[in-house]
Every structure is written in structure tokens, then in C-alpha cells.
Design a protein around this ligand. Structure first.
Ligand code: NCD
Ligand code: ZN
Length: 352
């Protein structure tokens, strides 16, 4: 594979994809989808709508609404995901996969995060679905946190590995699994110790913030997401994994917009809206790590190879040019606060 053509002032890479994004629906969808479509050719679209996307018909209808909201001229392919519930139907899942509607299934442990009330209460309940997915080569995407209230919120990912994920990989050794938005050194080690059918996505924000960000001088709701950011040693390990060149780690923003009012509240929603400057954020991180030559693999090659999809043929350019991230982004529903609000990033997506 051709290496990135890196010059000090410009970085040209194969066009990237986002392997984990929340595009929402209705007016919010229209407000945010083009931030993603401008940078990424494809995206794995999370199915945690209300009601969740559990059928082939619902995924097809959602895909049409997404495509209708994409600006003319942008080539963007939404990849649809089936939300697993306790009564997930293996037939429906296989039918959707074979018809090219579903790309993967998503496991949300019930009540783990935003719109996960219909999630899985006991992993055994979806074993028939997992068996079928293993047989047909359909990936399982996991929100890897236990929901047990006796487990500290900062430990829920590590405990999920111990109690649930380690069993799934034993019981379904050939199942393709993606540990979504990993936040801990434990998750990095678990993924690295598995076979090539075990991979992980890493968000822009978990590469940049540790848990102090949520409490810097007061409560900072715009840095609250799930899984919650962890200690500095975990952030450093995520940076090592993302920039290591390992094909097991790839880009997934987990951009999760919530209106300012829902974030700045007595019970603020979990989710960081990073879509507007996602590739710029990753570029800043890879630059700081002296790994700009590995951005292309992480952003544009490891994901499609894992999913068995073709690599994008076109390229994007990033210019070494400061870009100031606005404090707020207005929508007709209200304001969104983007990740990196009021910061200056050193790389900008070229206008093309
Ligand atoms: C996501 C959302 O808002 O939909 N929130 C988040 O904090 N990441 C759900 C999720 O991916 O957990
Ligand atoms: Zn998510």
C-alpha cells in the first residue's frame, strides 16, 4: 500500500471513514450529518434512536432519511447497524446482512448509555443471534460497559472485559467483534491479545482528555461521555495503540450531539459532539505523537479491511494551517458545543 505523501505543509491521505457515529434523526440529523459527510466517505451509523433500529425495514427507512439530508455533491454511504434486544431475531438479522442493509449488529447492555433502555439484559439472550452472525461473518459491535451499580463507573469497561467480553470470545471464537470507543489500558491489552477478528475503535476525545477534563475548575458537562474518560495512564495507552500502526485499531468518532440545554443540566446527557473537526483532531494527536505517517492506516485502511470492504479510492488533503474551533454551532433546534470549542487546531481539512 502506498504511504501517505507527507510534506511539512500538507498531508494527503486516502479518504477516511468513521466506524462509529451517532447521526440522530429528524432536524438534528439534518443539522449534523454533513459534518460527517464532508470528511468521511462512509460511516457506521449507530442505531440508538427512539425507537431503536431493530428491523431491516427500519434501517432502510433510516438510511433513506440520512441520504436525503446529505448535501448534494457529497459522496457519503451510511452503513446501517441493527440494535440488539433480548428478543433479537437471527432470521431478520441474517436477512438484513445478506440483503446489504445491515453491516453489523450493536450490543448495548440495557441502560448502559443514551437510548439503551431496549438493550440486552443478559448476554445469553442473544446467543442464537451471535451464533448466526459468526456463521455468516457479520460483525458484532460492543458498548463494553457493565451496568451493575455496585461497580464504579470508571471500572465498568474493565469489568465488562472480565465478566462478559472474555466469555464471548471463548464461546464465539470466529465472531468478528469491535470493542467500540475503548477508554482503558485494559481494553487495549485485551484487543491486542486477541486474534485478527477482534478490533477496537478509538475516539478523538479519548486520545486528548483524561477524566480531569470533566472537573477542571468546576463541572464541565461537554467533556462527559460514555464510556467516561479515564486516568492519564489510560489516555497515554490509547495514544500508543492508535498510533502503533496495528490494524486492530481504527477511527470511530462516537460523535454524539446533544443540545446545549440537555448537556448543561442537573442531569446532563452523555455524549461529545466532535464531528465538525474530527479528522483535524486526530491529525493533531498523530502529529504530537510523531506519527502522521500512520494516520492513513488508522483513519482509512484498518477499518475497511476489518469489515471486508473496499478501501476508498480518492484522497483528502490536510493543510498545516491553524483553524479556530467556534465555541458553539447553531442549529435550528438550538446550539451544540463542539469538541475543541475555542481551541486552535494545527491542521485543517483542505477545501478540495
Ligand atoms: C452516545 C449517545 O449520546 O448516543 N453517548 C455517548 O456518551 N457516547 C451513546 C454511546 O455511544 O454510548
Ligand atoms: Zn456511541
Amino acid at each position: 500500500m502506498q504511504a501517505s505523501q507527507t510534506s511539512p505543509q500538507q498531508l494527503v491521505i486516502r479518504a477516511p471513514d468513521d466506524w462509529h457515529v451517532h447521526l440522530r434523526d429528524g432536524r438534528m440529523l439534518s443539522a449534523v450529518v454533513n459534518d460527517t459527510a464532508r470528511q468521511f466517505r462512509r460511516a457506521i451509523v449507530m442505531p440508538n434512536l427512539t425507537p431503536p433500529v431493530t428491523t431491516v425495514a427500519a434501517a432502510e427507512a433510516y438510511r433513506s432519511r440520512i441520504l436525503a439530508a446529505v448535501e448534494p455533491g457529497l459522496a457519503f454511504e451510511p452503513l446501517m447497524v441493527c440494535y440488539l434486544t433480548d428478543d433479537a431475531d437471527p432470521e431478520e438479522i441474517a436477512r438484513g446482512y445478506e440483503a446489504g442493509v445491515f453491516t453489523a449488529c450493536k450490543l448495548y447492555p440495557a441502560h448502559a448509555t443514551t437510548n439503551s433502555a431496549h438493550g440486552v439484559t443478559e448476554i445469553r439472550n442473544i446467543y442464537l443471534a451471535l451464533e448466526r452472525m459468526q456463521r455468516i461473518g457479520m460483525p458484532l459491535l460492543l458498548h463494553g460497559e457493565v451496568t451493575d451499580h455496585s461497580v464504579d463507573v470508571f471500572d465498568r469497561e474493565a469489568v465488562f472485559i472480565e465478566r462478559i467480553f472474555s466469555k464471548i470470545v471463548v464461546d464465539f471464537p470466529a465472531l468478528k467483534t469491535v470493542f467500540e470507543h475503548i477508554t482503558t489500558a485494559d481494553a487495549v491489552a485485551f484487543v491486542e491479545s486477541g486474534g485478527p477478528n477482534l478490533a477496537a475503535t478509538i475516539t478523538p476525545h479519548h486520545l486528548r482528555i483524561n477524566r480531569n477534563a470533566m472537573f477542571a475548575g468546576g463541572v464541565r458537562p461537554h467533556f462527559y461521555c460514555l464510556p467516561v474518560a479515564k486516568r492519564e495512564r489510560h489516555r497515554l495507552e490509547l495514544r500508543r495503540a492508535a498510533t502503533s500502526g496495528s490494524a486492530k485499531f481504527f477511527l470511530g468518532t462516537d460523535s454524539a450531539p446533544h443540545l446545549t440545554g440537555a448537556k448543561e443540566s442537573a442531569c446532563g446527557c452523555a455524549g461529545i459532539f466532535n464531528a465538525p473537526f474530527a479528522i483535524e483532531s486526530y491529525a493533531a494527536t498523530f502529529d504530537e505523537e510523531g506519527a502522521l505517517d500512520r494516520l492513513e492506516g488508522f483513519a482509512s485502511e484498518h477499518g475497511p479491511r476489518f469489515y471486508g470492504l473496499p478501501l476508498n479510492e480518492d484522497r483528502i488533503a490536510l493543510d498545516r494551517r491553524d483553524i479556530v474551533v467556534p465555541p458553539r454551532i447553531g442549529t435550528d433546534l438550538g446550539d451544540l458545543v463542539p469538541f475543541h470549542a475555542d481551541e486552535t487546531l494545527p491542521w485543517s481539512l483542505s477545501a478540495a
